[in-house]
Design a protein around this ligand. Structure first.
Ligand code: NDP
Ligand code: GDR
Length: 365
């Protein structure tokens, strides 16, 4: 129970319960921190891996044997396994479900297209159906958040808002469009409280290392301390509307606190090219990116090049600002510096270990 004190009498309100898929990812970790701060009990679905994959949430993990303190709980499930989704809904009885799980890499979706569709599109449908049948059988109300993406706009020119037509350019983006419409359909057909957040790119020091921003800041830190000289990238002219993940998870939560379920674009409304990201990040450490970056045209670099590119994304987040009262707190330069600072520290620690012979210098050119 969460306790609220209005000055005279202490009122006990039941703790809200959230179920988060993709809890081990970048957004899952920030959202869980936010929900715990707000007094939620958070249940995360994780998939089995031969290595532990909980690095991003280890700092908030408390052993479940410590029953009074452990407010984040982890359970094995998979978006490709409908039975596990329904079973955990029945056991956990959440008030809110956040569907963040995905094979989220655009370039990789060209390599594994039907797996991507199964997890991103059909996985969302499985979870919606599990929520629907759970609410029918239990008579409970469950609110649902779907992690939609600016990639759905693809080739449609900016600025992109909730009314902009979708033109997806990858198996990932097409699968997110399907998940978007499944969510709208479950809202219209069954009256489910289901929202689509159409989030533009958001980054952080916890960003996966094969997305371009983190690939740059990780390499930059290593270049600065002398562990690496070259960085191979793809298209430097692509423009993205980059925000900070910590700001964006607040918008997710706000969507589920409204009277009415709806869809919202979440963006900074400012766009920069990959080249500008290089200029700001390398410039911050007193380096010239042109001395280190090479364009990799080889098909073996499967995170860089895509058979179809998305050239220019820049969101119009007026509706989220007006209805949710949301606005981003971290701008482009601050975001870049935050990521560079963290990755420089990681590189310094790596250097100490390499120099002491405790770690192999990776075979980076
Ligand atoms: P990440 O790639 O960092 O995290 C993805 C999460 O999904 C991980 O926890 C991963 O688990 C989990 N996952 C992958 N496949 C499955 C599966 N089959 N079953 C269950 N879980 C699975 O993504 P982000 O945190 O950056 O993004 C969160 C969501 O938001 C994603 O749906 C993404 O597509 C979407 N999105 C992201 C944007 C961004 O800029 N970050 C912008 C717009 C949308 P594991 O740790 O085991 O790999
Ligand atoms: P994106 O992010 O495809 O927008 O999807 P990513 O960082 O992978 O690419 C952004 C742009 O940079 C160009 N680029 C490179 N990209 C990568 N990964 N590696 C490189 O070496 C490289 N060189 C240039 C890309 O071509 C692209 O134009 C992210 C994901 O988080 C999705 O899940 C999410 O839905 C969208 O953002 C919004």
């Amino acid at each position: 129970m969460a306790s609220e004190n209005n000055g005279s009498t202490a009122v006990e309100t039941p703790r809200k319960v959230a179920l988060v898929t993709g809890i081990t990812g970048q957004d899952g970790s920030y959202l869980t921190e936010l929900l715990l701060e707000k007094g939620y009990e958070v249940h995360g679905l994780i998939r089995r891996s031969s290595n532990f994959n909980t690095q991003r949430i280890n700092h908030i993990y408390i052993d479940p044997h410590n029953a009074n303190k452990a407010l984040m709980k982890l359970h094995y499930a998979d978006l490709s396994d409908a039975s596990s989704l329904r079973r955990w809904l029945d056991v956990i009885k959440p008030d809110e479900v956040y569907n963040l799980a995905a094979q989220s890499h655009v370039a990789v979706s060209f390599e594994i297209p039907d797996y991507t569709a199964d997890v991103v599109a059909t996985g969302a449908l499985r979870l919606l159906e599990a929520v629907r049948s759970h609410t029918v059988d239990s008579g409970r109300t469950v609110k649902y958040y779907q992690a939609g993406s600016s990639e759905m706009f693809g080739a449609t020119p900016p600025p992109q808002s909730e009314t902009t037509p979708f033109h997806p350019r990858s198996p990932y983006a097409a699968s997110k469009v399907a998940a978007h419409w499944y969510t709208v359909n479950y809202r219209e057909a069954y009256g489910l409280f289901a929202c689509n957040g159409i989030l533009f790119n958001h980054e952080s020091p916890r960003r996966g290392e094969n997305f371009v921003t983190r690939k740059i800041t990780r390499a930059l830190g290593r270049i600065k301390v002398g562990l690496q000289r070259k960085l191979f990238l793809g298209n430097l002219q692509a423009s993205r509307d980059w925000g900070f993940a910590g700001d964006y998870v607040e918008a997710m939560w706000l969507m589920l606190q409204q009277e009415k379920a709806d869809d919202y674009v979440v963006a900074t409304e400012e766009s920069h090219t990959v080249e500008e990201f290089l200029e700001v990040s390398f410039g911050y450490l007193g380096l010239n990116w042109k001395d280190h970056v090479e364009i990799d045209q080889s098909p073996s670099d499967n995170d860089a090049l895509r058979p179809a590119e998305v050239d220019n994304l820049k969101g119009d987040a007026s509706k989220a600002k007006e209805v949710l009262g949301w606005k981003p707190k971290v701008g482009f330069e601050k975001l870049v510096k935050m990521m560079v600072d963290e990755d420089l520290e990681i590189a310094k620690r790596e250097k100490l270990l390499v120099d002491a012979g405790h770690m192999d210098a990776q075979q980076q050119p």
